[in-house]
Design a protein around this ligand. Structure first.
Ligand code: NAD
Ligand code: WQD
Length: 338
């Protein structure tokens, strides 16, 4: 298949482009490079020995998007482009609704205009908000607690409504738990701007000596060691989940929702200890107050994806850590700037 990947230069997008190419698909990327480097795509090309059609364009630009669809004749779209920082979304809600919600609506309009009827969308476990229990199934109640989370849920709802109106449309929502790790080559990985918000990139930077100490946000949660528990998933497993979803559900009309996670909870201190053991680096940390809005424990039930997509996460915690560390060691300052 020929797949248009929005946000394909980003962290999850670049790993998915690599997996698509390795599975024999063709890839067209649309990315405005607002949070990524074109270097990631060059490295994907080197790793696969195949080329990517790249357009530096904004998905909010209807004219540009329409011209790309007219030129490329794609079979399906995977839509990663968007903004993803929970805290920033509280400070700039209208920007999040524009870049995540309005842009997705526009993308769907352009898809319909060009007869492209399969869309895979990057949603997030954050749509569940605080769950009644874990593991979380797809039919649990959704009540996102930030503008970011609500923007994801709104796009899910737009997709569901579109399927009612347009019965031959295949709308596939993938709710990711916590993506971490990097490709085993260490050539592509996560390269956050500024101070990382998320645990793994922060630990990476402590390990490499860019930051002195990790703050562990709270050790008094109702979890075995008191620190937050999450369902970390290797980004390459996440990437293969997208390809499986496409291959299984392309032209399978309807609205489909899947969790992509491992089903295993890992605490902050377990992650720190695994990183110390695997990298051999001391990960200095101090316990700090809870972070506003954090939930003590959540992890997913990935059994629906196993049943319907024949997909499950193959890589465990040690590989997530080993691959993160390899990426960080080989690229201590991330990608070269654009
Ligand atoms: P990322 O920031 O690395 O990738 C997003 C890409 O989209 C970047 O390359 C950025 O330049 C591009 N982009 C942003 N706005 C754009 C626009 N208007 N037009 C064109 N390109 C634009 O983030 P990621 O971690 O790879 O996340 C990809 C998707 O997965 C996002 O939609 C995110 O919300 C979702 N998601 C991420 C996580 C996570 O923890 N990383 C978890 C759940 C869901
Ligand atoms: C994990 C654990 C923190 C940083 C976020 C978004 C979510 C999704 C994934 C996009 C928690 C603790 C963290 C640090 C710490 N993104 N922590 N010190 O909060 O589960 O999810 O990213 O969709 O929407 O909310 O991930 O990596 O920030 O935190 O102790 O410096 O690590 O408290 O327990 P989170 P995270």
């Amino acid at each position: 298949m020929r797949i248009l990947v929005t946000g394909g230069a980003g962290y999850i997008g670049s790993h998915t482009c690599l997996e698509l190419l390795n599975c024999g698909h063709q890839v067209v990327v649309v990315d405005n490079l607002s949070n990524s480097s074109v270097e990631a795509l060059k490295r994907v090309e080197q790793l696969t020995g195949q080329s990517i059609r790249f357009y530096q364009a904004d998905v909010r630009d209807e004219k540009a998007l329409s011209a790309i669809f007219a030129a490329e004749k794609v079979d399906a779209v995977i839509h990663f482009a968007g903004s993803k920082a929970v805290g920033e979304s509280v400070a700039k809600p209208l920007f999040y609704y524009e870049n995540n919600v309005s842009a997705s609506g526009l993308l769907m309009q352009v898809m319909l205009k060009h007869q492209v009827k399969t869309l895979v969308f990057s949603s997030s476990a954050t749509v569940y908000g605080e769950p009644v229990s874990s593991p979380i199934r797809e039919d649990f109640a959704v009540h996102p607690e930030s503008p970011y989370g609500r923007s994801k849920l709104m796009v899910e709802q737009m997709m569901s409504d579109l399927v009612v109106a347009q019965s031959d449309f295949s709308a596939i929502v993938l709710r990711y738990f916590n993506p971490v790790g990097a490709h085993e080559s260490g050539q592509i990985g996560e390269d956050p701007n500024g101070i990382p918000n998320n645990l793994m990139p922060f630990i990476n930077q402590v390990a490499i000596g860019r930051r002195p100490c990790l703050s562990v946000f709270g050790d008094d949660y109702d979890t075995p060691d008191g620190t937050g528990v999450r369902d970390y998933i290797h980004v390459c497993d996440l990437a293969s989940g997208h390809v499986k979803a496409l291959e299984t559900l392309h032209q399978n009309a309807g609205f489909h929702v899947f969790n992509l996670g491992t089903g295993q909870g890992v605490s902050v201190l377990e992650m720190v200890e695994a990183y110390r053991r695997i990298s051999g680096q001391l990960i200095a940390y101090q316990v700090a107050p809870r972070r506003a809005g954090d939930i003590g424990c959540y992890y997913g039930d990935p059994s629906l994806a196993a049943e319907k997509l024949d997909w499950k996460a193959e890589r465990g915690l040690d590989q997530m850590v080993a691959d993160s560390w390899k990426w960080q060691k080989l690229n201590p300052a991330g990608y070269p700037k654009n």
